[in-house]
Design a protein. Structure first.
Length: 106
């Protein structure tokens, strides 16, 4: 499936909107009307992320460190899981496009 630059930019934009990583107060964009911030206050992702943060904090305390982010292995685990989530999200977007195009050809 051929992908153009605009498609790749849209895919990244959707991912960034879902993660709440864009400052929409300073730069509102049309797509934010359609894509929900999955980390908004009270959301499932916000709760899960908070649990990860708290578990990391407890682990660092058990290891005798003074601050969160103290353990390189824990940080590697978290970073790699976030990268896996990003990769899967991008692939899911591609598959959504593939199946939409396939359906439209019928």
């Amino acid at each position: 499936m051929a992908k153009d630059r605009n498609y790749e930019e849209l895919k990244t934009l959707v991912y960034d909107l879902m993660n709440g990583s864009l400052n929409l107060d300073e730069e509102p964009i049309e797509e934010s009307k359609y894509v929900e911030n999955e980390f908004a206050k009270g959301s499932r992702c916000e709760e899960l992320y908070r649990e990860v943060y708290e578990a990391n904090k407890r682990l660092c305390e058990r290891l005798g460190a003074e601050d969160v982010g103290c353990d390189d292995d824990v940080e590697l685990i978290i970073d790699n899981l976030l990268e896996i989530a990003n990769h899967l999200s991008m692939k899911m977007f591609d598959y959504g496009r593939l199946f939409t195009l396939k359906e439209n050809r019928k």
